[in-house]
Structure formats: structure tokens, C-alpha cells
Design a protein around this ligand. Structure first.
Ligand SMILES: Nc1ncnc2c1ncn2[C@@H]1O[C@H](COP(=O)(O)OP(=O)(O)O)[C@@H](O)[C@H]1O
Ligand SMILES: [Mg+2]
Length: 451
């Protein structure tokens, strides 16, 4: 993409409505525009990152054997009346009446709808296990939408649902989700710590929230600092192996890590004092086993081997796809702007032409652009007639991890400059060597095809 042809409405001034850094930077970098409270348009740069994140979520869900599909945003109220949640959900649910006076709603989540699909098509235990998921817009009429995409009213969420014959099988599905989530967040350059959460009225020990530590997080969290040393890394995992998935769950959830809802002061105080941490975190996902709550109320049963109908064991597992942009920026920025992790960056690198109109500089930039594109990468070429300082400031603000700077003086010596956004370090090298280095860097961060 050439910047002169792109739509990147950056703001020079700090928007006064933004209270936290991620919201401020998303507005300044021209990623989003609010249309009403908690509802945003995704401008090209924001849309690109959203789709990258969505792509990683898809890849990791499919790797775990979960099946993608898509349910509508608008749901009939009947389903929610069946489960009993139509009244319970309260004012967060946006209720709609169509022209025939039918009660509809904009879905805040999809347990009822997926259970309805399941009961219509699955009758036998032989069709289990099954995990279906989708990534779809949700609406919750939050009383206090704030912090930009972090707590929106309309937001993009991955929600997956497992259907299993027994509790034991459903717990394997739970563990599988935990493993796939660890991989997902790490690919985005995030550490998201599974913390024991509150099961709400259904209760039970089987729910974990994934929290990214950040001062601006809405949740208070308590943990053993040893949990921050854990990382999933690039280990191989067999998602069908009950032992392997259980092993990962134990590794990542045995040390103390809880949100304020389940915090237990006595247990916390058993941790050596120098390892006790009280901090804040952003909830970027949650996994939940809830047994037969919906399958019983909505009649989602399968025939077992001896022909008896049995309600299936279910769980639901969510990832806050749009919230993740905010969380990633909270964890990756400096005074000059965003610093995208390689896995989610909107463009792989920037090309800055120091002297637009200079024949040699223009030609070198064109060659770099072609070479990077031919290697399957997606560069952003700042080809505007602007001062170098302004070009650097824009690149720093939008946070591309790598920048190649091209100027007539360097070209005389056969070199361009390659700069890391994160470290600020630069090196001079031949244009071909710069391309080779960027190609090599991104081999370690395969990212889904962008927009
Ligand atoms: N209002 C919101 N805006 C943006 N993301 C949200 C919002 N509410 C929930 N999410 C994201 O969706 C994920 C799954 O939702 P869920 O656990 O049902 O939400 P909650 O815990 O707020 O009830 C959450 O972990 C969070 O990352
Ligand atoms: Mg939650």
C-alpha cells in the first residue's frame, strides 16, 4: 500500500474523550471512529488489525479441531424464553420488535441459538464430541461503555460451544480450549494468564478468565509471580490427548492466580511474600464448563449406546476479539505510539522515502516494495511529499515493527537503514539484505492473509 492512496486519518492532537492510552492511540492512529457511545467504525488500519487477530483466532481454533460457522446477530426471543434467560438478562439486552410485532434481540451471546441448532440436527452419541464456534458481532447495552473498544456496546467476539456425552469428555474440551487460548494469545505477542474466575449462579470450579496484566485493566487480580514465568512456546501438542491437555491445564493453573471474585486471602498468604502480586488485568477471554444447564432446559439430548436419551454436557468459550486490540496496545506502546507485535501488525514494515521525487530514492523504494510484496509481505510505503520528521512520527504512531529508510545519501553508498520500532536500533545494509532480514523475521510469525 502506498500511503498517498491509503486512508489514514491520523490526529495530531490528543482526543480529549480518551482516558486510557490504547483508546487515545487508536483514535490518533486513525484506526476507529466512534459513531455512538460504545459503537465504532473500523477504519482501514483498525480493520486490518482486527482481521489479523480474527485470523489467528480462526487458525488456532481449527488447529484444535473446532468447527467454524456463523450465526446471525439478530435472534428470536423465543429461544431465550425457553432457556429462561430472556427476563434474567435485563437491560443489557437490546430488544427489538419487527414489523409483525415479533420479539427479537441483538445477540449478546449464543448459547441458546447453538443449542437449538444442535438439537435440530444431532441425535446420537456417535456424533460427539463436537465443538462449534463462530466470530460474530455482539451487542450488550453496557451501562458504562468506555475505554474505546475495550468496553464497547457493539463488540466482536469469538464464542465456541462444546457438546460432549459425559462430564469427563466435556472437561477434556475445556482443557483443549485452555491450550488453544494460550497459543492464540502468545501468537499475538501477549501473555494472558488463566485465572480462576467465578462461575456465577451455576457455580463450579470450571471457569477461567484469561487476563493481560495492565494498570488500566478493569479487574483486580491476585497472583503468584511465578505464573508470569510460564509460557507455552512452540511445543507440539496433540489436542486429542487427554493427558497432554490436562498436563498443560495443571501447569498453568496450579499456582495461585485469581480475580477479585474468587480471591481467597488465606490461600494467597501461603505464597512466599516476595512472590505475592496484587495488580490489574484486562479480561481477554473466558472458558466455562456448565454441564447440562442449556441442554436440559432446551431438550438437547442424544441417544446413548443403550438407547436412552441423555442431555449433553456443554461449555462455552469466548475470546474478546475487538477488545484484544486495546489490550495489545496497552501492553505494547511508548510515548511515540503503538508498537505492534509481529504477529498482528497491520503492515509488515514501513518504507520511508526521505526525498520523494529524487530519481534514485524513488526507484529504490519501488524496488523494495516489489521485493517485499513478491516475498508475500505487506509493506506500507510513505510516498508523500512530506518532511522526514513527519513521516517518522506517523510511522512511530501507527507502530509498524520495522521501518526501512531510503535516502539519496545512503543510496550513494549502496545502503538503506533498517530500524526496529521496539528497540529503536538502526543498521545500515544493502536493500536486498534488508528485505532478506524482514522475510526471515516474519517466517517466525506466520500471520493470516490481511486486508
Ligand atoms: N462490552 C464488551 N466490549 C468488548 N469486549 C467484551 C465486552 N464484554 C465482553 N467482552 C469480551 O468477550 C469475552 C467473552 O465475554 P464474556 O465472558 O461473556 O463477558 P463478561 O465476562 O464481560 O460477561 C470477554 O472475555 C471479553 O474479552
Ligand atoms: Mg467473562
Amino acid at each position: 500500500m502506498r500511503l498517498s492512496r491509503y486512508f489514514l486519518p491520523v490526529l495530531k492532537e490528543n482526543p480529549s474523550e480518551a482516558q486510557i492510552v490504547s483508546h487515545r492511540l487508536m483514535l490518533r492512529a486513525g484506526m476507529i471512529k466512534q459513531s455512538s457511545a460504545g459503537i465504532y467504525s473500523w477504519l482501514p488500519l483498525g480493520f486490518k488489525v482486527l482481521k489479523k487477530i480474527e485470523g489467528i483466532v480462526h487458525e488456532e481454533q481449527m488447529r484444535a479441531g473446532h468447527v467454524p460457522m456463523l450465526m446471525p446477530t439478530i435472534q428470536p426471543a423465543e429461544l431465550w424464553k425457553e432457556s429462561g434467560r430472556y427476563d434474567d438478562y435485563g437491560q443489557e439486552m437490546l430488544r427489538i420488535t419487527d414489523r409483525h410485532d415479533r420479539d427479537m434481540l441483538f445477540g449478546p451471546t449464543n448459547e441458546e441459538m447453538i443449542t437449538d441448532i444442535f438439537r435440530a440436527h444431532v441425535n446420537s452419541y456417535k456424533d460427539l464430541p463436537l465443538t462449534l464456534y463462530h466470530i460474530q458481532w455482539k451487542f450488550r447495552d453496557e451501562i458504562r461503555p468506555r475505554f474505546g473498544v475495550m468496553r464497547g456496546r457493539e463488540f466482536y467476539m469469538k464464542d465456541g460451544y462444546n457438546f460432549d456425552l459425559t462430564k469427563e469428555d466435556a472437561l477434556h474440551a475445556y482443557n483443549r480450549h485452555l491450550v488453544s487460548y494460550l497459543r492464540t494469545y502468545e501468537r499475538m505477542g501477549l501473555q494472558a494468564i488463566p485465572m480462576r474466575a467465578d462461575g456465577g449462579p451455576i457455580g463450579g470450579d470450571y471457569t477461567h478468565e484469561f487476563l493481560v496484566l495492565a494498570e488500566t485493566g478493569e479487574s483486580e487480580v491476585f497472583y503468584d509471580s511465578a505464573v508470569t514465568d510460564l509460557s507455552f512456546g512452540d511445543r507440539e501438542i496433540d489436542y486429542d490427548s487427554v493427558e497432554q491437555c490436562q498436563g498443560v491445564l495443571e501447569e498453568f493453573t496450579t499456582k495461585y492466580a485469581r480475580t477479585d471474585e474468587t480471591h481467597d486471602e488465606a490461600l494467597f498468604n501461603e505464597i512466599p511474600e516476595d512472590r505475592r502480586r496484587v495488580a490489574r488485568g484486562i479480561e481477554v477471554g473466558q472458558i466455562f464448563y456448565f454441564g447440562t444447564k442449556y441442554s436440559e432446559s432446551m431438550g438437547a439430548t442424544v441417544q446413548t449406546g443403550d438407547g436412552k436419551p441423555q442431555p449433553v454436557h456443554m461449555g462455552s468459550h469466548g475470546i474478546g476479539v475487538s477488545r484484544l486490540l486495546g489490550a495489545i496496545i496497552e501492553a505494547n506502546h511508548d510515548d511515540s505510539g503503538i508498537i505492534w507485535p509481529e504477529g498482528v501488525t497491520p503492515f509488515h514494515c514501513g518504507i520511508v522515502n526521505l526525498k520523494q521525487g529524487d530519481e534514485a530514492a524513488d526507484a529504490a523504494c519501488d524496488d523494495l516494495y516489489k521485493a517485499l510484496t513478491a516475498a508475500g509481505l505487506d509493506p506500507l510505503y510513505d510516498d508523500r511529499k512530506e518532511r522526514a520528521g513527519g513521516k517518522f512520527a506517523t510511522m512511530d504512531l501507527i507502530g509498524l515493527p520495522w521501518r526501512i529508510t531510503v535516502g539519496p545519501r545512503g543510496l550513494k553508498n549502496g545502503v538503506v537503514e533498517l530500524t526496529s520500532r521496539r528497540s529503536g536500533e538502526s543498521e545500515e545494509l544493502a536493500p536486498e539484505a534488508a528485505v532478506a532480514k524482514i522475510v526471515e523475521i516474519y517466517e517466525a510469525h506466520p500471520s493470516p492473509q490481511g486486508f
